[in-house]
Design a protein around this ligand. Sequence first.
Ligand SMILES: [Zn+2]
Ligand SMILES: [Zn+2]
Length: 361
Amino acid sequence: MTKAAVFNAVQEPLTIEEIDVADPIGNEVLVRTAASGVCHSDLHFIEGLYPMPNRAILGHEAAGVVEAVGPNVTEVQPGDHVIACLSVFCGHCDYCMTGRMHLCNNRPARGANETPRLSQNGEMLTQFASVGSYADQMLLHENGIVKIDKDLPFGVAALIGCGVTTGVGAALRTAKVTPGSTVAVFGAGGIGLSAIQGARIAGARKIIAVDMVEHKLQTAREFGATDGVDASLGDPVKQIQDLTDGLGVDFSFEAIGLKVAAEQAWAALRAGGTATVIGMIPIGQNVEIPGNEFLREKKIQGSSMGSNSFKVDMPQYIEFYRQGRLKLDEMITKTRPLEEINEAFADMKSGEVARSVIMFD
Ligand SMILES: [Zn+2]
Ligand SMILES: [Zn+2]
């Protein structure tokens, strides 16, 4: 039996219950969860903005220790420390074969006629994002983990598992921010702060953080923003133009999941600029942009999990951390036990924390 926080229904608190985690088969790896970040994506499902058909174990930003491995696993062994990544890949679809494993359309999972990885009294539980880290144990696929050094703090490792890879990767991999460029990042939460750090590492000369909360703009400066725009004080697009000689920025990022912020990210671009939407805009909401502005070679694109090749990217991000170029300890503003998962979501909704991390015993 494994202790887990169970998602039962939309808008209801998660409940701490005992569940069954299957033994690893094939290329599966059983991991004892050490830390799990509390990522905004989970909240979208709790609030019903994205569908979740069954009772489920949420959580997808985690690190832990390998407990057992399936017979085909060669990459890790019990005792190894790993980061879990939801970008689990098959290794042979056309996306995987062209270096875009984060878009894999054949993600390995157990079949409908096999024992489910997670269950309770024989009833299958959905393993969110192939991770399900709000539980003492995670049953993962070998292609969904990366081995890390044992001296890396688990909380830091967990953040790399989603938020850091998503934000830093959006800047470095998806948008390919260039040295000397100008950047605006909408939203100074965990993802936005990571995008800001990615832009700083890439050598952007001006990095404008946009948020509605003044103290988050102050935090953004500590992570590399050169300027802050308080969107509660007036049109953020106008404020960004004022900071860029009336031109707008080369790169903008939407790191909240708001239709209006995506439209502002587009409007804040200079000619030839690129807007990258990272946030999860609720299903059913359309982003509207003026069609004539394509004449100025403005571009808008999505970014999924920082366009990662995570087995390559995550070790690089760890190296940036060790060099002091990627601030991760500072991103963890609160730690809590699993029993306080609902309080962690309340913290997130109130905008008081950059990142809560659930620490397991
Ligand atoms: Zn996430
Ligand atoms: Zn694939």
